[in-house]
Ligand binder design. Structure first.
Ligand code: HEM
Length: 175
């Protein structure tokens, strides 16, 4: 297992990355005026891609982790991979996605739009799935996983389905 120092550094790096991103976004919003919108929309999409990449890979790791004997070197390696993926990529990406998404909705005057209400509802469900995966990382870390590889295979589909619906809502804006 990693020692205390190695455990602390990913969280510190994630906090620094969040701070730098927030400062950059504020600078762009303050300095660029109207031109800030497309730049921060691009940053929103980059954060979304990072969040989704993690949300699609994490349950895959759970599936493989189910096949590893608790206490084995393989199982301990999966624990480190899951915890780092969650702390360094998934959590910061989710926060940046939310902050920039809400800013875009406010700046673009989208809060009245039906598509945004539906999108927000689905993003809340996606954030709930994120919370569930995060609890699973904790349980795997304590060798207390309760689901089978088959059940994790089903959970693996949830972020994909939600992502498809969310992207259709924001790009097509059907209502
Ligand atoms: C966390 C809450 C979120 C809010 C409040 C939010 C809100 C917004 C807003 C207002 C826009 C600008 C729309 C426009 O200018 O036409 C946008 C763009 C976009 N969002 Fe989000 N979003 C969120 C999360 C997500 C998630 C989770 C995804 C994908 C899984 C996503 C995918 C996109 C894409 C692809 C665009 C670019 C659309 C385009 O330019 O046509 N968003 N979002």
């Amino acid at each position: 297992m990693a020692d205390g120092r190695a455990e602390a550094s990913p969280a510190k790096r994630a906090a620094v990355a969040l701070g730098v991103t927030a400062a950059l976004c504020l600078a762009v919003a303050g300095l660029a005026g109207e031109a800030a919108y497309p730049w921060l929309k691009a940053a929103h999409v980059i954060a979304v891609i990072s969040w989704m990449a993690g949300m699609l890979y994490l349950p895959r790791l759970f599936i493989y982790h189910c096949g590893a004997t608790p206490g084995s070197e393989t199982s301990e390696t999966f624990k480190v991979m899951e915890q780092r993926l969650l702390r360094i990529i998934i959590n910061p990406a989710m926060i940046i996605t939310w902050v920039l998404g809400l800013w875009l909705a406010w700046k673009g005057g989208h809060f009245e739009a039906g598509w945004l209400h539906a999108k927000l509802a689905l993003v809340l469900v996606l954030s709930g799935v994120h919370g569930f995966f995060s609890a699973a990382v904790r349980r795997f870390g304590e060798d207390r996983n309760r689901l089978s590889a088959r059940q994790w295979r089903l959970w693996n589909e949830a972020p994909t389905v939600l992502m498809v619906l969310i992207v259709i809502l924001v790009v097509v804006k059907p209502f």
